[in-house]
Design a protein around this ligand. Structure first.
Ligand code: SIN
Length: 295
């Protein structure tokens, strides 16, 4: 149970994990800072299980003061499943395809993730987890990332709206973000696209989560064009404009944040031009998101 002082929790205190992982909650709906874990060292199975449980409870975890090589970053991510290859890398066989460089400086015309989104939902089996390790932050500050809980967002909808959304599916298209926003040429065969349920059941927590996002979702199947646009815009704004579903992560060099893409959306704030920010993201492939109605 949380005490008032600093909202400190231990997973042992919540009964969620046996080894007393120490957490500081960021906001009631989402996020926790994890203390006392060095991700460059091997993790005992109990500690790994506690991290996994904490992630299911809090949706995103912040690990500060890390010193990780690229291989250590990938090795930690790989403890949770196979690593994801971003569609950007379909044309780059020589590059380290499992690492997405996230950087901005005075030459940048845009930055990764400026619009609210969930990572790569245009894939049939989108990345379940993303782990971003930031090593350079802008000197004057800025470059925070906003996160929203899509579990909390679903719970806050009225019952009639929940019931309306539950059986629906929606199209997610890579072209919307990668060509529409960034003007990138598609890889051979085109950008991926996939149909997913509008509401999914989280495989670990069992919580229903809204699963449409402004970055990739183009239409709700079975609705008229204007109906689909209106419902999607309402849902996007519901997630993006409600501070009570959200938290804000302020990065310091050596911070790794891991987030659960099934239960979150995020948005990178580009308020530091012409200063520089640098990080590398590794993601973990998940199963195809499952409808709320299948269980
Ligand atoms: C992203 O993964 O969308 C980038 C997030 C960030 O740069 O904070």
């Amino acid at each position: 149970m949380a005490s008032r002082a600093g909202h400190r929790l231990t997973t042992a205190a919540t009964g969620a994990a046996p080894d007393g992982l120490s957490l500081s909650v960021i906001s009631p709906a989402i996020g926790a800072e994890v203390e006392g874990v060095d991700l460059s060292r091997p993790l005992e199975p109990e500690r790994l299980a506690a991290i996994r449980q904490a992630l299911a409870d809090r949706h995103l975890l912040v690990f500060r003061d890390q010193r990780l090589t690229r291989d250590q970053h990938k090795a930690f991510a790989a403890l949770f499943g196979p690593l994801h290859v971003h569609p950007y890398h379909a044309k780059a066989p020589g590059a380290d395809r499992e690492v997405l460089v996230v950087k901005a400086d005075e030459t940048s015309a845009n930055v990764n993730g400026e619009e609210w989104h969930t990572d790569v939902t245009c894939h049939e089996a989108p990345p379940w987890l993303s782990l971003l390790y930031i090593t350079r932050t802008p000197e004057p500050g800025g470059g925070d990332t906003l996160f929203a809980s899509t579990a909390r967002a679903f719970e806050a909808l009225s019952e009639p709206m929940q019931a309306f959304l539950a059986p629906l599916t929606a199209m997610h298209e890579g072209a919307k973000l990668y060509t529409g926003n960034y003007d990138m040429a598609p890889p051979p065969g085109g950008w991926p696209k996939a149909v997913h349920p509008v509401v999914i059941r989280h495989p670990e927590s069992g919580r229903p989560c809204l699963y449409v996002n402004r970055g990739f979702t183009t239409r709700i199947e079975g609705l008229g064009k204007r109906e689909s646009e209106a419902v999607l815009e309402m849902l996007f704004r519901h997630v993006e404009t409600n501070p009570e579903f959200q938290c804000r992560v302020r990065w310091t060099p050596g911070t790794l944040v891991m987030w659960d893409n099934l239960s979150t959306q995020h948005c990178a704030v580009w308020d530091y031009y012409p200063h520089s920010r640098y990080g590398e993201r590794v993601s973990v492939v998940g199963e195809s998101p499952q409808t709320l109605l299948s269980s």
